[in-house]
Design a protein around this ligand. Sequence first.
Ligand SMILES: [Zn+2]
Ligand SMILES: [Zn+2]
Ligand SMILES: [Zn+2]
Length: 168
Amino acid sequence: MKNQENIEPEELECSNCKSHVNGDDEFCPECGTIFEDGIMCSLHKDTEASGVCTICCLPFCEECGAEINTRFLCETHSGYEIYQGMARVFGDLDDTKVQYVKTCLEQAGLHPFIYCKVQPKGGTRLVYTLFEANGDSGGHIVNEVKVMVPCQEVVKAEDILRELKVII
Ligand SMILES: [Zn+2]
Ligand SMILES: [Zn+2]
Ligand SMILES: [Zn+2]
């Protein structure tokens, strides 16, 4: 029997990725699965969306987006390096520059995280990137220091970095 007194938000599990979602969520923020019918692609108003991009939070049809490594991403964001829910918004070999970017994002209330992987010693093969959403290295070198932000903060972070003229 249902307890009518219970006004706590309903805790549900995403049918696709099993992460916790709220009962009133329209889509899963982790994988982009849509829970409601009749949500249309933001580019094709008469085509039903097959997922919500987990970076820009817009719905897209299967022509405009795809599930890559358990996340639904639109075409624009499918090339982003994503690792454990964080996406790369900036990378540089200069640590000072990276620290500056991190501080700016923190001051804007975001949650940046610096990721740096040391290249294995004695490795002769040039490794480009550690993780990529679509399997394309994108030419990011492995020993750059990366600034990662939670996927949902990417759009805001890039606005800030563009304003600072750190990225174009
Ligand atoms: Zn999910
Ligand atoms: Zn997107
Ligand atoms: Zn579409």
